[in-house]
Design a protein around this ligand. Sequence first.
Ligand SMILES: Cc1cc2nc3c(=O)[nH]c(=O)nc-3n(C[C@H](O)[C@H](O)[C@H](O)COP(=O)(O)OP(=O)(O)OC[C@H]3O[C@@H](n4cnc5c(N)ncnc54)[C@H](O)[C@@H]3O)c2cc1C
Length: 454
Amino acid sequence: MATATAYSFFSSPVFVRPYSKSQQYGLRDRKCKPNLGLLMVKAQSNNSYYRSQVREEDIVIVGGGIAGLATAVSLHRLGVGSLVLEQGESLRTGGIALSLYKNGWRVLDAIGVGSDIRTQFIHLQGLTIKSVDGRVLRAFNFKDDDESQEVRAVERGVLLKTLACQLPLKTIRFSSKLTNISRRHIGDDTMLELADGTRLSAKVVIGCEGIGSPIAKWMGFPKPKYVGYCSIRGLGYFPNGHSCQNKMSNINGSGVRAGWFPVSSTKIYWNISFKRDSPGPKISDPDELRKQSKELLRGWPAETLLEIIDHTLDDTIIRAPMADRWLWPGLNPLAYSGRVAVVGDAWHPMTPNLGQGASVALEDSVVLGRKLAHAVKSGSSSSVEEALESYERERWPVVFPLAIKANLLGAVLQTRNPIVGYFRDNIFTPRLNPQSMFKHTNFDVQPLGLHTKQ
Ligand SMILES: Cc1cc2nc3c(=O)[nH]c(=O)nc-3n(C[C@H](O)[C@H](O)[C@H](O)COP(=O)(O)OP(=O)(O)OC[C@H]3O[C@@H](n4cnc5c(N)ncnc54)[C@H](O)[C@@H]3O)c2cc1C
């Protein structure tokens, strides 16, 4: 079992948590009853101790989304503690779902939560793509060419809660918005300043704050770029059950496309993407969004989707501009600087055309978690830096082409050009090969043992 004294690089006694019965910070492993654990971690955010002085921390993860929590769980399973700072008052438990492919499921299995989550969501069998005149352009089963493929949509809130419940108490600090970051002269540590005035000095910082990451900005990354279309998405709720087939359905139009798939026996996820020269004003009125969605579908063979839109609850309908960032070598910074690294959307925001953002954020988390845990246990600051460098070296060749692939696919799917549209519907789509289409989901990972040396 890991002990605090075994690792000399981090002096703080909270760093490598021994998980003994006498856990001084109230750490304990537990099966989280829904909400109970979250209420307990939520209570910490008002601790005046944090505000009064610079608190020394070892690993600080900024952002309690998918990447942040999965990184914290990966480290925890390898016997290494961390502090997660989340700007929200609680986890984002609201509404929307996202699709996870086999790479995402393999990570969730490796960190011990796959089976808990899997049982709550429908196993999607395949994909049907139609044109606006109702023609089936392509239909296939996910397992036709790859028996190991697994596709399910999960509710973000369920995924986050399940991850959070794996963490020791007091790992997540809510209402903790990072507002400023600077390099400290002492030991090359990093100073983090929060909106409530708290100052933390951290030996390692992992930026997981999503697409608007202040840490990525501080590291010199350019702003994500708007790609010319927006998306309205929502979650249709059918309390008495629905009769939607267990597959993804897409319709391609001119400058507009739509898709839907069941998430569970009572919920169906849907989205409509439409071209727009600029992101436009922020619209959050659910009635207005429903109205816009229906207008976009006028004249389409989309009765099912119209019904799902009518069943969408107000707090699950969202409109967002689509953006990404291409990580050109030499033009963009690396994913790490000293002992600060970025993970998930904070590093490589990509368009959702391949449904891969969350799955690759999970991949990043487990790769970084394993390397960092190993380096920490070796006990030197240079090995931590080497671990971050090795993380960048392993992940960049995966995430850079994937962001480009997602972007180019989106450009073709979203086209208004009739010639490109003709090729898309008559040449490209009918010849889609699932095996090459989902090649990027071939990610393998060994289970991360709980509290064992790896
Ligand atoms: C329309 C749309 C559809 C999508 N569909 C899919 C899909 O089907 N499948 C899929 O895999 N992916 C999908 N994605 C992408 C997916 O949502 C992201 O890739 C994924 O959420 C990235 O996780 P993350 O943890 O890196 O970032 P986020 O999920 O954005 O989490 C960031 C966290 O950091 C917190 N935070 C932000 N700033 C600060 C700060 N200053 N201080 C402290 N905390 C902060 C936020 O509150 C949040 O909790 C979609 C995205 C969009 C926009």
